[in-house]
Design a protein around this ligand. Structure first.
Ligand code: NAD
Length: 484
C-alpha cells in the first residue's frame, strides 16, 4: 500500500549508512510500488555534487548492494533524487535546502540524520532556524544516542528543543527485523506461549549477538564506545524488553513503549561489587577466522593501552512478579566463532518422567528465535523415535525458516522502519524515557569498570569469547545454547 507523499531529506547522504542501507531500502520500497509518484529523496552532504553526479554515485551503490537491479525501477528511483551540497560546519547550503523543500510545503517531511552525533545539534538548530519544521515533519536519528546517561540527556534535550517527542524517531534497526516482530506475533497472536512465559515455566533466557568480523577500519570510533555502549545499551536491551514485557494494551506506540519502559525500570541494578560477579569483559587477540589469520584488537587500533571491551557477557535479573529468579544471560562481541544473533527461551524440565531410562534423556523445551544470519523460529520438542524398536525419545526441532516457508525476499529492517517513519508510526522506535532508563542501568557498570584496575579478559579471535563468559553461565549449571 502506498504511503503518503513525502520529501525525505538525508543528511550524510554520501556516507556508509546511506550507501549500504538507506538507498537500497528505498529502492526496494519503490520497486514494490510503495513510494507515491511524487515522493522525493533530497540528499545533502558536504561534497559539491550536481544532481547527476549523486545519481551516478547512488546507482553504483545500488549496483553493489542490490541483486538483480531492475533497470526501469532504477531509473524511476534515481529520478526522485535531488542533491543539495550542505556543510554543517560552515553553515552553507541551508537556504538552498529550504528552497527545495518549500516547493512542496504540504507533504510529509522527514529529516534523516545519517551523520556523526556531533552534528545532530547543529543540524537540528539549522532545521529549526530555517523554519523547516511543520506539522508533518519527522526526524530520524541513529545510534549512538550519547555515551552515557548525561550525554544522552543533553542530546535529547537539543533535539527536543526543535522537535516534539512524537516527531522524533530513534532508530534501532534490530526492532525492524522480521524475527523481532515475530516475537510479538508469537507471544501475542498465539494462545500457546503466553501462559508459559513466566518464572514458573521458563528456566532462563539467553540473548546472543555474535559477530565474526573485527572492528577493522572503525577501530578509532569503536575504541570510544565498546560493546556495552555500542550493542547492549540499545540492541540487546531492546530485545530483552520485547521478550520480557507484559502484553501491551494494543500495538499502539505508547502502549508498547510503556511496557518496555517497565521492564527497563525493573532491571536489577548491577553496581559496585556485583559488577565483577555479573559481567565479563573481553578483548580479542590475534587468531583465525574463516578467511585465515587475523590481527588482534590492539594491533588494529595501533595502541596497546586500550581497555575497551570488544565482548561482554552479563547475567541480568528482572525484579518483577513475572520474572523473579529467571536469569537473562546476554552476550555480544566481535571476532567470535560465527555470526549469529538469537534469543533462546529455555523452559524448565518436565516435573516427572514416566519413561524407562532406556528411552533416553528428556531435554527441556527450547524456543529459539534466530535474527541472523537466516531469520527463523525453532521449537525444540521431544518425540518418540519412529519405528518398532520400543519407546525411544528424541529431541527434534520444529523449524520455521522464513525464507523457506514464505519464498519471499526477506526485507531489510530499514525498509520497514523507513516506511513506519513516513506513516508516523513510532511503535518500533525508542522513546526518550526508554533511552534514559537504559542508560541509568548501564552507567553504574561503566563506572565500575572505569574505576577498577582490571582489564578486559583476552580471547582468541574465532572463539566464543573469554572462558570467564562460559563460567558465568556454567556456575549456574547451565550452558550457552551455541558454543561451537
Ligand atoms: P560516514 O562517516 O560514512 O558518513 C558521514 C556523512 O556525514 C558523509 O555523508 C559526510 O559527507 C557527512 N558529513 C561529514 N561532515 C559533514 C559536514 N561538516 N557537513 C555536512 N555533512 C557532513 O558515517 P556513517 O557510517 O554513514 O554513519 C552515520 C551515522 O549513522 C552515525 O551516527 C553512525 O553512528 C550511525 N550508524 C551507522 C551505521 C552504519 O552501518 N554505517 C550503523 C548504525 C548507526
Amino acid at each position: 500500500i502506498e504511503v503518503d507523499e513525502f520529501d525525505l531529506v538525508v543528511f550524510g547522504g554520501t556516507g556508509d549508512l546511506a550507501h549500504r542501507k538507506l538507498l537500497p531500502a528505498l529502492y526496494h520500497r519503490d520497486l514494490d510500488r510503495q513510494l507515491p509518484a511524487g515522493a522525493r529523496i533530497v540528499v545533502t552532504a558536504r561534497r559539491r555534487y550536481a544532481d547527476a553526479d549523486y545519481r551516478d554515485w547512488a546507482a553504483a551503490a545500488l549496483g553493489e548492494h542490490v541483486a538483480d537491479l531492475d533497470e526501469a525501477a532504477l531509473k524511476r528511483f534515481l529520478a526522485r533524487i535531488r542533491y543539495v551540497p550542505l556543510d554543517v560546519d560552515a553553515g552553507t547550503g541551508w537556504s538552498e535546502l529550504a528552497a527545495v523543500l518549500e516547493e512542496r510545503p504540504d507533504v510529509v517531511r522527514v529529516f534523516y540524520l545519517a551523520v556523526a552525533p556531533d552534528f545532530f545539534g547543529p543540524i537540528c538548530e539549522g532545521i529549526g532556524g530555517e523554519g523547516l519544521v511543520n506539522a508533518t515533519t519527522r526526524v530520524v536519528i541513529e545510534k549512538p544516542i550519547g555515551k552515557d546517561g548525561a550525554s544522552a540527556r543533553a542530546l535529547n534535550a537539543t533535539i527536543g528543543a526543535v522537535f516534539d517527542e512524537h516527531q522524533i524517531f530513534r532508530i534501532d534497526h534490530y526492532l525492524g527485523k522480521e524475527t523481532v516482530q515475530n516475537l510479538m506475533a508469537l507471544r501475542f497472536a498465539n494462545a500457546l506461549f503466553e501462559p508459559l512465559w513466566n518464572a514458573a515455566h521458563v528456566d532462563h533466557v539467553q540473548i546472543t549477538v555474535a559477530e565474526s568480523l573485527g572492528v577493522g577500519g572503525r577501530a578509532g570510533y569503536y575504541d570510544a564506545a565498546g560493546a556495552l555502549r555500542d550493542m547492549v545499551q540499545n540492541h540487546l536491551l531492546q530485545l530483552l524488553c520485547l521478550a520480557a514485557m507484559e502484553p501491551p494494551e494494543s500495538m499502539d506506540a505508547d502502549s508498547v513503549r510503556d511496557e518496555k519502559l517497565k521492564v527497563l525500570k525493573a532491571l536489577a541494578p548491577i553496581t559496585g561489587d556485583s559488577v565483577d560477579r555479573l559481567t565479563v569483559r573481553g578483548q580479542y587477540r590475534a587468531g583465525a577466522s574463516a578467511g585465515g589469520a587475523v590481527p588482534g584488537y590492539l594491533e588494529e587500533l595501533g595502541r596497546d593501552d586500550s581497555r575497551t571491551e570488544t565482548f561482554v557477557a552479563l547475567k541480568v535479573q528482572i525484579a518483577n512478579w513475572r520474572w523473579a529468579g529467571v536469569p537473562f544471560y546476554l552476550r555480544t562481541g566481535k571476532r567470535l566463532a560465527t555470526r549469529v544473533s538469537e534469543i533462546v527461551v529455555q523452559f524448565r524440565p518436565i516435573p516427572h518422567s514416566i519413561f524407562d531410562p532406556e528411552a533416553g534423556p528428556i531435554a527441556a523445551n527450547r524456543l529459539i528465535l534466530r535474527l541472523q544470519p537466516d531469520e527463523g523460529v525453532t521449537m525444540q520438542v521431544m518425540i518418540k523415535d519412529p519405528g518398532p524398536g520400543g519407546m525411544r525419545l528424541r529431541q527434534v526441532p520444529l523449524d520455521m525458516s522464513f525464507a523457506e516457508a514464505f519464498k519471499v525476499r526477506n526485507p531489510d529492517a530499514y525498509e520497514r522502519l523507513l516506511m513506519d517513519v513516513i506513516r508516523g508510526n513510532q511503535t518500533l522506535f525508542m522513546r526518550r524515557d526508554e533511552v534514559d532508563a537504559a542508560w541509568s542501568w548501564i552507567d553504574p557498570i561503566l563506572d565500575a569498570w572505569a574505576a577498577g584496575a582490571g582489564h578486559p579478559k583476552p580471547y582468541t579471535s574465532g572463539t566464543w569469547g573469554p572462558s570467564a563468559a562460559i563460567a558465568l553461565i556454567e556456575r549456574d549449571g547451565r550452558t550457552w545454547a551455541e558454543d561451537g
